[in-house]
Design a protein around this ligand. Structure first.
Ligand code: ZN
Length: 655
């Protein structure tokens, strides 16, 4: 008799982070051909790792090389406190793909001394640290130590503070040092003005903006033979290896067009790739690979690199498909100005997928839903593809069950019981509504610049999608489609959403800091706006010295969400920058210091980690005599530090 070990979801915990594992359920049911495709797409997703590190800050890669060399070769006492602090720092830097917090963007401050680092570096065996030409370890340390230890230098990866020069004050590496926000905005305004107004490419998306010797600005494009060329060549090699295993002709075209884009850096080719990718709804195995999300650029133009391979979970996809099939009904009944509804909702494809690998900006911290492409005109003319990542959501749920967060922050036993009963279903459904319908809904007023909301566009867009989901999760249509078990189930989502936006998400913010991240800003904005405008629906109460959210009228809360959705859609459709700024700055940014302190104390008593990320599985290939792959196996259990060290060695592409 053999006992199957239960899959262990939770792995190690340090600082404010916890590593989880996800199970690639269903991998064994794929055909060998599909497994080969997953394997090569996974490799392609891992080869771009160094790109993201360099995009996040120009010192990240040399710092990582230095830290990893010490981690590997340190001969002193590894149990001593400073080495332990060094290890935690390195693990945090790995998690963030750089020296800034992956979510809060502030610099991670080490708890070991500069003297320790210098001493450890001085003892490195010769040749264990790859140095750029003409560099000594000493001169390298003189450059890196201030970056690591001073809280003032490159303090924030992405600065969104209203009124400051967002480029000069951000540490991310998308614009050469010294280029001002005004210069960059002018540069791209000229590109936009000169280009196709109806079908604009994603200007600036795949380049670093640099200054020529004569002072003028130019783009250093990410492409084969250009910036990040070595990493890109390796990605291309893996995409080529994947080609023979493509599931159909269309997918072959998708991969070929992407290869072509990587070779040329041509943004029109990228748009063609995106259009082909959206059209491929047949393939069971699918992927994201490239310069994708713009959260890392304070101006919202430049895209960080990410890679991701997955396959469809047919059973779970039924739910998302029901929403997609009714996309037009939802659009027609949306509580927004009819002029901003989409007359025809096209190709809102949605599915639940199983992640096979996470790479770049999706590793180790990952989104649980993806909706691409980001180009507005492609979305409205060709639709978008939306996926919910089922096995990651499952891993989160399993880890949260052991938590205790809800017990601490939910107001009373009756509400807690309701939340425990419906939370999982409601979370998945809200994610589906957000991704499948929310982002794809609405339309722009003709002639409005899609980038008019500038630094506020990400927050407004997330608010729009969340509000769409909140409004409709309470609709009778959910019961009709069989997506919720009863009329009251939605109340679980309303309660936890308000609780999160007003209180529990604040555990992720350091004392004295403001809310920076777009999704967090959006949740605060929605919850606080509602509190201010619909006092009859919800309020904050104090019970036995603890603050709670009390929802007093759920239908009134729904009405408020609908009103705000209409306003947020208007802001987006009309490109009303001033209204966006006012809404976000008034409701989405500030933190009440007293409440913040209370929440952090209550949270700390639970001993939980507010951020979670994932350790990847490993794919092992066996080949026959002729070199053909005969099997692909997925294995788990690689420790976090070993995985990171292996990636740094195996997928090193940039110095
Ligand atoms: Zn979203």
């Amino acid at each position: 008799m053999s006992l199957q070990n239960p899959f262990v979801y939770a792995d190690e915990k340090f600082a404010d982070l916890q590593l989880l594992r996800y199970q690639v359920k269903g991998f064994d049911n794929l055909s060998l051909r599909q497994k080969c495709l997953v394997y090569y797409l996974s490799e392609a997703a891992l080869w771009g790792r160094d790109i993201l590190w360099d995009q996040n800050c120009r010192y990240n890669l040399p710092i990582r090389h230095l830290l990893e060399a010490i981690y590997k070769h340190y001969t002193g006492d590894r149990s001593r406190q400073e080495f332990q602090a060094f290890t935690v720092y390195l693990k945090r830097v790995w998690f963030s793909s750089g020296i800034h917090h992956h979510y809060g963007c502030q610099k991670i401050m080490p708890a070991f001394s500069e003297a320790f680092l210098r001493q450890a570096a001085a003892q490195l065996p010769a040749g264990s640290l790859k140095l750029p030409e003409g560099r000594t370890v000493g001169s390298l340390l003189d450059t890196l130590c201030p970056v690591i230890f001073s809280s003032h230098i490159l303090a924030k990866r992405v600065n969104q503070t209203d009124g400051e020069d967002l480029l000069l004050t951000s540490a991310s590496n998308y614009y050469e040092e010294g280029i001002t926000q005004h210069e960059a905005e002018q540069f791209y305004a000229r590109q936009k003005a000169a280009g196709d107004q109806e079908r604009p490419v994603m200007y600036g998306m795949n380049s670093k903006l640099i200054r020529r010797p004569d002072g003028s600005l130019a783009e250093d494009t990410y492409r084969s033979g250009g910036r990040y060329g070595n990493a890109i060549d390796h990605i291309v090699q893996m995409l080529q290896a994947a080609l023979p295993y493509a599931e159909n002709e269309r997918q072959r075209t998708v991969i070929n067009t992407l290869i072509n884009f990587y070779r040329t850096g041509d943004l029109h080719t990228f748009d063609r790739y995106a259009i082909e990718w959206v059209a491929d709804t047949e393939s069971q195995v699918d992927f994201v690979n490239g310069f994708t999300e713009v959260y890392g650029d304070p101006l919202g133009l430049k895209a960080s690199w990410e890679g991701y391979a997955y396959f469809t979970d047919a059973e779970a996809s039924t739910r998302a498909q029901k929403l997609s099939d009714n996309a037009q009904w939802f659009e027609d009944h949306s509580p927004i100005n009819p002029a901003y509804r989409k007359p025809t909702c096209k190709g809102v494809s949605a599915s639940v997928v199983t992640a096979a690998i996470l790479g770049g900006d999706l590793y180790p911290s990952s989104a649980i839903g993806i909706n691409l492409p980001n180009s507005n005109w492609i979305r409205s003319e060709h639709g978008s593809k939306s996926v919910t990542i089922g096995n990651l959501i499952h891993a989160y749920d399993e880890a949260a069950k052991a938590g205790g967060m809800l017990r601490e922050f939910v107001i009373d036993e009756a509400t807690l019981q309701m939340v425990n009963r419906y939370n999982a279903e409601c979370e998945s459904l809200h994610t589906d509504l957000h991704e499948c319908l929310g982002h794809g809904s609405g339309r722009m007023k003709p002639g409005v610049d899609p980038d008019a909301l500038k630094a506020y566009s990400s927050t407004i867009e997330e608010a729009r999608a969340d509000l769409f989901g909140l409004y409709y999760i309470a609709d009778e249509m959910m019961l009709k489609l069989g997506l919720l078990p009863c009329k009251e189930a939605y109340q679980s989502q309303y309660y936890t959403y308000m609780m999160n936006g007003l209180m529990s998400q604040l555990v992720r913010i350091e004392p004295g800091h403001q809310i920076e991240e777009a999704h967090m800003r959006n949740r605060a904005l929605i919850a606080r706006w509602t509190l201010a405008h619909a006092p009859e629906a919800a309020r904050m109460v104090n019970r036995a010295g603890k603050t709670y959210v009390e929802v007093t009228d759920y239908p009134a809360l729904r009405k408020a969400f609908g009103t705000l959705l209409a306003e947020v859609q208007r802001i987006k459709s009309e490109g009303d920058y001033e209204a966006a700024r006012l809404l976000v700055e008034t409701y989405g940014v500030q933190v009440d210091a007293t409440l913040h302190q209370e929440i952090r104390q209550r949270y700390e008593a639970l001993h939980l980690a507010p951020y979670k990320g994932f350790i990847n599985p490993r794919y092992k290939v066996q080949t026959g005599e002729n070199g053909q792959i005969t099997s692909v196996q997925v294995t788990y259990g690689e420790p976090y530090d070993q995985q990171m060290m292996r990636y740094s060695e195996q997928y090193a592409t940039l110095l």
